[in-house]
Design a protein around this ligand. Sequence first.
Ligand code: ZN
Length: 85
Amino acid sequence: MIRMLMWLLLIYIGYRVVIALTTGKKPAAGNRDAASDAAATYQDPVCGMYVSEEDAVIGKLEGQRHYFCSMACLEKFREQLDHKP
Ligand SMILES: [Zn+2]
C-alpha cells in the first residue's frame, strides 16, 4: 500500500515537472509581445496606409477587428458599412 502511494506521488511530481517545463518554455504573454514587435502592421481599409498595432485606432465592426490610421478613417469605414444594402 505504501509503495503504491509512493508511485502515485512520483507520478504526480513528474506530471508537475512536465507542466512546469512546458509552460515555462512558452509564456503566453511574452510570446505575443515578441510576435507583435516583429510584424504588427495593419492596412487601413479606408486610405490604404499601414499602421502599427500601437498607433492604430482599432474598431470592432461586424465582429471583426479593423485597424485605422485615425478616427476619421474609422468613421468613414463605419459610414460605408451603414450604406451597404
Ligand atoms: Zn486612414
